[in-house]
Design a protein around this ligand. Structure first.
Ligand code: KG4
Ligand code: ZN
Length: 349
């Protein structure tokens, strides 16, 4: 079965062809970073218009890269939500139209389900059940994953998502959009835990000790960064080194919380496999800390390939293909998008 996947939930146009027999045949992502850079964040209307411009040429290129004819496709998968309404509508309408023209099913996929299943595309995939740490620009969740479509929410952020916290903190430090990778780069030049002049809070860890609470909160960390910057600025000392030190301590605080809560989630579910997915999963400090915890704590950590950490069409094609092996969807070309959509509402096929 060959599935064309379309991802257009935010600021990346992703297209891929996944074959259940031969694996991932081709995938490409068009990033809108340059388009939104001057605004310091994603402008939803500009994002939708760019998806309109990019999507059809990208589909042509990816189908040609995959060396398949459109007539050989068995389904068109698209991101149904969550995400920006206008951006989602572009992918959904193109997918439904193309599927109708080809007489094949159009399959709506939950964006986070795509992220969560993406490590199954790697050479060393995890087996079910596992705990998933989903860390993206819009979500931070711990889930118990029993099988595709069987997701139990263990904890989630009460305010900012981890990626959002990276992006906002990066902005405070004068870095460019998207802030996560930029902040990570700056943090490499910052002081270590033992030499740092800063000690930011590790939010929600005391609640974990008290009552096993697996929720997160990152907005207080942002405030700690604001205060540290103000203090340095008032004494004329907010230089490049101070910025790097603040970035490093911020990253350490986020990583500490994510690692500690992930370990607690594994223990509470009595599982020994952790899957990390979403854009923040590309963060090297997080990967190093999780790998270190795994070797001490006797659990295994699974990541998607680096190129599949952030938004892409491959994860959407793959999630749809996995579901279609369980149940063939009907050919219904009315489409819907769900800008807000809880993953726990997604049910097994
Ligand atoms: O999953 P994703 O591509 O899009 C959403 O579904 O949100 O995640 C994007 C988020 C952004 O907040 C971005 O700053 C963050 O992932 N991110 C990173 C890194 N790479 C991407 N955060 C920290 N370190 C990175 N290396
Ligand atoms: Zn995403």
């Amino acid at each position: 079965m060959k599935v064309l996947g379309i991802e257009s939930s935010c600021d990346e146009t992703g297209v891929a062809v996944y074959d259940t027999a031969a694996g991932l045949l081709a995938h490409r992502v068009h990033s809108q970073i340059q388009l939104h850079d001057e605004y310091g964040g994603v402008v939803p209307e500009l994002a939708s218009r760019d998806h309109v411009r990019q999507l059809l040429p990208l589909i042509r290129t990816v189908v040609s890269d995959a060396k398949v004819a459109l007539g050989e496709l068995d389904a068109i998968a698209y991101t149904e939500g969550p995400g920006l309404a206008g951006a989602l509508l572009v992918g959904a309408s193109v997918a439904a139209s193309l599927a109708m023209g080809l007489g094949i099913p159009a399959v709506g996929v939950h964006h986070l389900e795509g992220h969560l299943l993406s490590p199954l595309l790697s050479i060393n995939p995890p087996s079910f059940p596992f705990v998933a740490l989903l860390v993206s620009g819009g979500h931070t969740q711990l889930m118990r994953v029993v099988a595709p479509g069987s997701y139990e929410l263990l904890g989630e952020t009460l305010d900012d998502a981890a990626g959002e916290a990276f992006d906002k903190t990066a902005k405070l430090l004068g870095l460019r959009y998207p802030g996560g990778p930029e902040l990570a780069k700056l943090a490499e030049c910052g002081a270590t835990a033992t030499t740092s002049a800063y000690a930011f809070p590790r939010p929600m860890l005391s609640q974990l000790e008290k009552n096993g609470d697996l929720n997160f909160s990152f907005s207080g960390l942002k405030t700690a960064v604001v205060l540290a910057c103000r203090q340095r600025e008032s004494s004329g000392q907010l230089d490049d080194q101070a910025r790097a030190d603040i970035a490093a301590e911020f990253q350490r605080a986020v990583v500490d919380v994510l690692v500690t809560k992930s370990r607690a989630a594994l223990a509470s579910c009595r599982l020994d496999s952790l899957v990390v997915a979403g854009g923040v999963g590309a963060n090297q400090a997080l990967r190093d800390a999780l790998d270190c915890a795994a070797s001490n704590g006797k659990f295994q950590v699974f990541y998607p390939e680096m190129a599949l950490c952030t938004d892409n069409g491959a994860m959407i094609a793959f999630a749809a293909a996995l579901r279609m092996t369980e149940r063939q969807p009907g050919q219904n070309y009315t489409f819907n998008v769900r800008p807000r959509w809880d993953l726990a509402e997604v049910r097994a096929a």
